[in-house]
Design a binder for this molecule. Structure first.
Ligand code: UDP
Length: 239
């Protein structure tokens, strides 16, 4: 019998950029197909996996506002971008025979379900992968906040934030060859050292609810399952 998993219910946050692969814009079908396979591998190992997808590969409200658009309209476009990504992820999951449901924080129920907490939990209990779209449903927030919020609401054991960097460093590893990666941090370490883990609102939610957070590089195949099996990959932030 395989050993018990380190986490039973997880929320995996994928940025829009993570879906883009090496492209400059949009979605790379090869990348979402691989992510879908890894999510199903995790589910088959016994985990319940919920996803939150970002939208930065298509639109970001702040970027649109900087070029003159009304910020709220820009954020609404950003949220719709996350719905597009979520539908692509649902499709990739279903292509490999998994059951998936997109649940949106904004009402757009001709194309996906509205987010209803109890229904989301039911989907997970039935082995379906839930893809949460539209972040928190409110402008001026990010999908990191959406991920923290949903993780807490569904009682996830951990929030796994997939990035292009393999954890949290003391300095930007792109510019400092001697930057050191932290294996483990407390919430207070992140605040006192002013480390960029996620935006402040999202981080405050995690800290206030003592939700463990792991930052890791999902472009490395197999990391998700290894984390579930208890390997100390990336950086773990908890109290
Ligand atoms: N957004 C929003 N409210 C939310 C989540 C997202 O208004 O609760 C908008 C915002 O404009 C954001 C865009 O959707 O820039 C895409 O989300 P995000 O930037 O978090 O995507 P990621 O960086 O993860 O790809």
């Amino acid at each position: 019998m395989s050993p018990p998993l380190a986490y039973r219910r997880v929320l995996l946050k994928l940025s829009g950029e993570a879906l883009m692969g090496d492209e400059d814009y949009g979605i790379d079908p090869k990348v979402i197909a691989r992510i879908a396979r890894e999510v199903i591998e995790a589910r088959d190992a016994g985990a319940e996996v919920a996803l939150v997808v970002g939208g930065g590969n298509i639109f970001r409200g702040a970027g649109l506002a900087a070029s003159g658009m009304d910020r709220v309209t820009g954020d609404q476009m950003g949220m719709l971008a996350t719905v597009i990504n979520a539908l692509a992820m649902q499709d990739a999951l279903e292509k490999i025979g998994a059951k998936a449901r997109v649940m949106s924080a904004i009402k757009i129920n001709d194309v996906c379900e509205d987010y209803i907490r109890r229904r989301a939990i039911r989907h997970l209990e039935k082995g379906r992968t839930v893809v949460f779209a539209a972040g928190t449903g409110n402008p001026f927030f990010t999908t990191d906040s959406g991920a923290a919020l949903r993780a807490i609401e569904i009682g996830a054991d951990v929030l796994l934030k997939a990035t292009k960097v393999d954890g949290v460093y003391d300095r930007d590893p792109k510019h400092h060859a001697d930057a050191v990666r932290f294996e483990r941090l407390s919430y207070d370490d992140v605040i006192n050292r002013d480390l960029k883990v996620m935006d402040t609102a999202a981080f405050a939610l995690c800290r206030d609810s003592e939700l463990p957070l792991r930052i890791f590089d999902m472009s490395q195949p197999g990391q998700l399952l290894r984390i579930l099996q208890g390997e100390n990959i990336g950086t773990l932030v908890q109290g």
